[in-house]
Design a binder for this molecule. Structure first.
Ligand code: FES
Length: 166
């Protein structure tokens, strides 16, 4: 090897290989560790207990604002969290998040010939209005329910309840 070149790069060719291999194994170790941590985090998240999360109560609307057999879109708890308040055909009120549990398309309320459902047009998913359970299509879980409370003529949102499919 040229003397000048040897002075500029004092590492022997053999050592250079050794360093490269060591760096490669270091990379492999870090990558494997990262994958293990990521997999563990995903597994832990999927086993998080489902239940009710309470948020700051928010007024949705008044009972007279919504006729039976119709729905009103609202945001809760954040402006980007779209939900649907439904005034069912039988007169009850119920609310769900609008985000389909398959790939997050917004669901729509449908009431035809006395039958009602929450429908996701993206892949023909549907949910029951009574409990948010999956009726058809690929959604893996029921729709999270918005806990509501009637305070006189006002309907308030109090929290979100998430359940696993039985
Ligand atoms: S996103 Fe709703 S069924 Fe696929």
């Amino acid at each position: 090897m040229d003397k000048h070149l040897k002075d500029d790069f004092p590492v022997d060719w053999e050592d250079d290989h050794f360093v490269t291999r060591r760096e490669f194994f270091k990379f492999l170790t870090l990558a494997s560790g990262g994958l293990a941590v990521g997999t563990t985090a995903i597994a832990a998240y999927s086993k998080l207990p489902k239940g009710e999360r309470q948020f700051e109560p928010a007024l949705i609307c008044k009972t007279g604002d919504l006729k039976q057999g119709s729905a009103l879109s609202f945001s809760y708890p954040r402006p980007s969290d779209l939900c649907l308040l439904i005034h069912k055909i039988n007169g009850d009120f119920v609310a769900y998040t609008r985000r389909c549990t398959h790939l997050s398309c917004p669901v729509e309320y449908e009431a035809t010939n006395g039958a009602e459902r929450l429908y996701c047009p993206c892949h023909n998913g549907s949910f029951s209005v009574a409990e948010g359970k999956v009726l058809a299509g690929p959604p893996p879980h029921p729709l999270p329910k918005v806990k509501i409370e009637l305070r006189g003529e006002e309907i308030w949102a109090l929290g979100i309840t998430t359940e696993q499919e039985a």
